[in-house]
Design a protein around this ligand. Structure first.
Ligand SMILES: Cc1cc2nc3c(=O)[nH]c(=O)nc-3n(C[C@H](O)[C@H](O)[C@H](O)COP(=O)(O)O)c2cc1C
Length: 221
């Protein structure tokens, strides 16, 4: 798949088939993502790919931690909310997604079930954890963001689906119970990886983008 097609077709997959991802596929997409730039070629990102029983154990730990009300303690502070227009767009996304899923405003059970599904990585058979070294400039997160984008686009080009999930990084100690990620590394984000369930209503959903005029200002072009 060409890059333009991968950019247009990638979407956040929110229901995966129970079909494992081959190590060779993960190695290919990890090697492609490594082509993304970093400040001074410092390459701060590390990748932990978790499949099989271990992925199931991480997902189970995370769902249990969330449902038992354990305090969330991400290695890198996460936004509690957003301000102004960003908050409006964040709410718009939630409304549009729940509408597609047919989950009403007052349907608290279904909403809670969907929230729990986030921690279950929407059933993904493979979890990708991206870490950055602790105690470095916050620009390492910019480099890691590029790396994560590379992973998702490379996955799309290989016919795999992804969902970047903050939910996977909210209880890092639950992850470390299964995956030996050293304490000197901060778990930045998790990415659910697998094959999209084509029948799932959640996978019909496509998020919108702002009109280009609201994003791009050009001069002298
Ligand atoms: C840093 C980050 C964290 C995210 N965390 C979640 C999450 O916890 N749950 C979820 O359903 N989607 C999550 N997403 C996916 C976004 O909602 C999604 O990328 C956005 O709505 C744009 O939609 P698209 O990816 O389908 O183009 C996250 C995306 C990013 C970049």
């Amino acid at each position: 798949m060409e890059l333009e097609q991968a950019l247009r077709e990638r979407f956040s997959c929110r229901r995966f088939l129970d079909q494992p991802v081959a190590l060779e596929q993960v190695r290919t997409l990890a090697a492609l993502a490594q082509r993304l730039p970093s400040w001074g070629n410092t390459q701060p990102s590390k990748l932990y790919a978790v499949g099989g029983e271990k992925a199931r154990a991480v997902r189970e730990n995370l769902v249990t931690a969330m449902q038992s009300g354990s305090p969330q303690a991400p290695d890198i502070a996460m936004p509690a909310s957003f301000e102004g227009a960003l908050m409006d767009r964040y709410r718009d996304l939630g409304r549009a997604l729940f509408k597609e899923l047919g989950i009403g405003r007052e349907d608290h059970n279904q909403r809670a079930a969907h929230y729990a599904n986030n921690f279950d990585a929407f059933g993904a058979p493979c979890l990708l954890y991206v870490t950055v070294p602790k105690g470095q400039t916050s620009y390492v997160v910019l480099d890691a963001g590029a790396y994560v984008t590379g992973l998702c686009l490379a996955a799309a080009s290989l016919g795999l689906a992804t969902c970047i999930l903050a939910a996977l990084a909210r209880f890092p100690e639950e992850v470390r119970k299964v995956v030996p990620i050293p304490p000197q590394e901060a778990i930045l984000i998790g990415v659910a990886l697998g094959y999209a369930d084509p029948e799932a209503p959640a996978n019909r959903f496509r998020s919108e983008r702002l009109p280009l005029e609201q994003v791009l200002t050009s001069f002298d072009l």
